[in-house]
Design a binder for this molecule. Structure first.
Ligand code: SF4
Ligand code: SF4
Length: 156
């Protein structure tokens, strides 16, 4: 009995002097993997037009049925995307999302991508419905730049 006690104590003491494998989150954060697929973003073309053409292929591919797309026609006076149509409404219910990335794979224009942002906690259910106001990046290339930076850091 005493021998087992000393053995157990020895194991505990050994761990005390080892470098911790955990970090003090949220004060300390580990960089996510370059392949991380978390928060979605809707990208733009280099000229600023939205990549999304409102085709709903992402919604069809989503196994959790958490994407809602309502398309509308572009006009010459008010062009949002290069195609005939654009997504007037684009919503993702993040409570249902399982971050499988099928939406990203299904998108023919590379509009929807899952980026490296993983801090998604919130306080009420309604705020987990992400609309275009939260998904559409303000400038072209934002997620692509972030992914490139992460890849370079992993390689370098
Ligand atoms: S990551 Fe998967 S579950 Fe989430 S919205 Fe895309 S297809 Fe749906
Ligand atoms: S994100 Fe892609 S797949 Fe989804 S509606 Fe827009 S263009 Fe179509």
């Amino acid at each position: 009995m005493f021998v087992e006690f000393v053995k157990g104590l020895g194991i505990t003491l050994r761990q005390v002097f080892r470098k911790p494998t955990t970090v003090n989150y949220p004060e300390e954060k580990r960089p996510p993997s370059a392949r991380a697929r978390w928060r979605h973003k809707l990208l733009r073309h280099d000229d600023g037009l939205e990549r999304c053409i409102g085709c709903s292929l992402c919604a069809g591919a989503c196994p959790a049925h958490c994407i809602n797309v309502v398309a509308a026609d572009n006009t010459d006076e008010d062009r949002k995307s290069p195609g005939e149509r654009y997504a007037a409404v684009y919503e993702i219910n993040m409570l249902r999302c399982i971050f499988c990335g099928y939406c990203e794979d299904a998108c023919p224009t590379g509009a929807i991508v899952l980026g490296p942002d993983y801090e998604l906690a919130d306080f009420d259910r309604a705020s987990f419905i992400y609309g275009k106001d939260r998904l559409l990046v303000p400038e072209p290339g934002e997620v692509a730049r972030e992914k490139k930076r992460l890849v370079e850091r992993e390689i370098g």
